[in-house]
Design a protein around this ligand. Structure first.
Ligand code: SAM
Length: 481
């Protein structure tokens, strides 16, 4: 048994017995669905607030699954005999109260139909996070997972792997996955998570792209330590570089490890500074020989940004002091707002970077939009009128109608995507008619001529009015080549 329940565990020491733990989990019927059934769907919210009583009441029966849930999910003590009976090797146990606890936590995650198991350091909401602590899966992890393309690729790199969630998910659609992290404990956890489920991930330690220099990847994903501020020493979120320099560096350097046509998908924060265009700032990070797509999801006032991140690590009575120091730090740099978003890079391009402000709710997985976005841009370059565009399958038209003496009269119409970034927008009756004709067989110019004659205007006038709208509809993916 590991000596102290308060010392952070050494994941490398747990590696040899990972197959025994996996066997114990399988025998007990462990799965995300089984745990949801046992603990209830509100379990995560209870855990995030250290509310253990509801979960302890649901695991009183002493079955192997209940014992494993108490050890690895709730992080509470069980009787040593119960732990042994459930098949947990003693190397994975620590003394806890009158019984034993688990050295690590195990978090099952289901994403896009793929289930993975993530091992990470024990954590309690009431206990301050340690700088080198390796956390489980959080909101940002899932934001990146949602934005990751899932079509089959050869080689995938997960940079800043943490407990390995992105690497484990990528293993499902990649021939080979390499995961890197500056924190050796994170690389060790990724190895442990992969070993548990027999997944094939190679974890390396090192700064940014240094561990993979000279190699190329078809897909690079990264949820880097993007938080901007004076730095509180948390390795998982503070880069130790000034402002948004880490994200800038990553975007600038990532093409060096991208195979031709390869994609990188990164999370980032970037600053909006007084007297400077914040959109242009992030757009300037991309190199001349790539294409870029910035999907901005949030733009936060400094006060809101600081509050959110201080709550994330639950600083308790240090909140006031840290809040002031952080806001002073922003004020010194004339920071007016902090943007958050997904940055996508395609290797091979002309240095064009498109920015979408996309604060709307998006689909649970929208990564397929990344490789689809760039060819749409290419198609726009080759001419809009001569191409036979197709309305995307998931687009719906919603009408709001008023009853009149002649019956229902539609007074507004809304186009809505059911998938991807779930863009929506108003459309008039001519636009709706034009889009209905976009079935991929007739060039837009022909459809426009018909529309122009029915509206009694010239083809040129119709084109002048419609082309900017069509361009936006292509960029947002309503119309596809
Ligand atoms: C926000 S966590 C992301 C963890 C995980 N990939 C996820 O999506 O949940 C960022 C990770 O980057 C690592 N990191 C910090 N600085 C780094 C650097 N300079 N080079 C590589 N990794 C770094 C941290 O140790 C941490 O594990």
């Amino acid at each position: 048994m590991t000596p102290s329940p308060t010392a952070l565990p050494d994941p490398d020491e747990l590696l040899p017995d990972a197959p025994l733990v996996w066997a114990a989990l399988q025998t007990a019927g462990w799965s995300a669905a089984a745990l949801d059934h046992l603990l209830g769907v509100g379990a995560r919210a209870h855990l995030d607030r250290d509310e253990l009583a509801p979960l302890l009441r649901r695991t009183e029966g002493g079955s192997p699954l209940e014992v494993l849930a108490r050890l690895f999910v709730l992080g509470t003590e069980v009787d040593l005999k119960q732990a042994r009976k459930a098949g947990v090797p003693e190397t994975w146990l620590v003394p806890d109260g009158y019984g034993v606890g688990a050295a690590v936590r195990l978090q099952p995650v289901v994403h896009g139909g793929v289930e993975v198991l993530v091992a990470h350091d024990p954590a309690r909401a009431a206990t301050r996070t340690r700088p080198e602590q390796v956390l489980g899966v959080g909101a940002a992890s899932l934001t990146l997972a949602a934005a990751t393309p899932r079509s089959r690729v050869g080689r995938t790199l997960d940079l800043g792997t943490g407990s390995g969630i992105q690497a484990l998910l990528a293993d499902d659609h990649s021939d080979r996955v390499v995961a890197t992290d500056a924190n050796p404990r994170a690389a060790a956890y990724t190895r442990l998570s992969a070993a548990l489920a027999g997944r094939d991930v190679e974890a390396r330690v090192g700064d940014l792209l240094e561990p993979v220099s000279g190699e190329t990847y078809d897909l690079v994903v990264s949820n880097p330590p993007f938080v901007i501020g004076p730095g509180n020493g948390y390795v998982y979120r503070d880069a130790g570089l000034d402002g948004d320099e880490l994200c800038r560096r990553l975007v600038a350097q990532v093409p060096s490890v991208l195979a031709p046509g390869g994609h990188a998908v990164l999370l980032a924060n970037w600053l909006h500074v007084a007297g400077e265009d914040g959109d242009a700032r992030v757009q300037s990070w991309f190199g001349e020989d790539v294409d870029g797509w910035v999907v901005q999801r949030e733009l936060a006032a400094p006060e809101d940004y600081v509050t959110a991140w201080l709550r994330d690590t639950d600083e308790g009575d240090r909140f006031d002091e840290l809040y002031d120091a952080w806001l002073d730090w922003f004020a010194l740099r004339d920071v007016e707002a902090v943007a958050f978003g997904v940055l996508a890079v395609r290797q091979g391009g002309t240095g064009r970077v498109h920015l979408d402000d996309a604060p709307q709710p998006v689909a649970a997985t929208w990564g397929e939009q990344v490789p689809a976005f760039f060819p749409r841009q290419d198609a726009l370059d080759r001419g809009v009128l001569t191409r036979a565009w197709r309305l995307r399958e998931d687009v719906r038209l919603h009408q709001v109608a008023q009853r009149t003496e002649e019956g229902w009269l539609a007074d507004s119409q809304l186009l809505q995507q059911e998938a991807g970034l779930r863009w929506s927008g108003g459309v008039d009756v001519y636009g709706a008619t034009l889009l209905a004709g976009c079935d991929g067989t007739r060039p837009l110019g022909d459809l426009l001529s018909v529309l122009a004659s029915s509206a009694g205007i010239s083809d040129d006038d119709a084109a002048e009015q419609v082309l900017p709208v069509v361009e936006r509809l292509v960029q947002q993916g309503f119309l596809i080549p």
